[in-house]
Design a protein around this ligand. Sequence first.
Ligand SMILES: [Zn+2]
Length: 190
Amino acid sequence: MEQHLEVIVDVEVVDKRETGGVSTNMEVFGLKKILERIVGQIMVSEIVTDASAAVIALVRKMKDKYPDDFSHLFHALDIWHKSVKLTKKLAKAAKVKGCETVSQWSEPIRNHFWFVCQNSNGDEEKLKDDWFGVLHHIAGEHEWIDGECQHGPLVASETEKTYLDKNSKAMEAVRKVILDQRFVKSLYHY
Ligand SMILES: [Zn+2]
């Protein structure tokens, strides 16, 4: 579907039997067919998909195979899909004894992810810097050596949250999620 005109450009219906009964392969199979049909027909500048490793690999392969059509194609990943995964990871982290306070920060961190994606205007470095900034915020630090939070004065409901001690187990757990290598590496897709 073309997002701005809201026009459905193409549809591919995949039967599970076409992918050897493996339903997780259906998305890749369908997308491959559509991209191959598009070759030589329309110029696509950006596509948005789920953040699946197999889909990312397929788009990369298609860009190599059809450079005339896809070399400038920007592969964007769906923010919603990623933010759901993020919430799941934080919920899991909050279940560990001593890390219960993480649950208070799950929603603000998810909101922060949306904010930094929308605010980066395709600037990967800015996106990363802003993303890491949340680690200061949850420790109650809104200004630091090379940056500051972009929120205005905090309202009561925000100041009621328990800030995390920088050396706490909870902080270490959040740090692991925020700085996760795979997560950070995929940020340029947002
Ligand atoms: Zn802050």
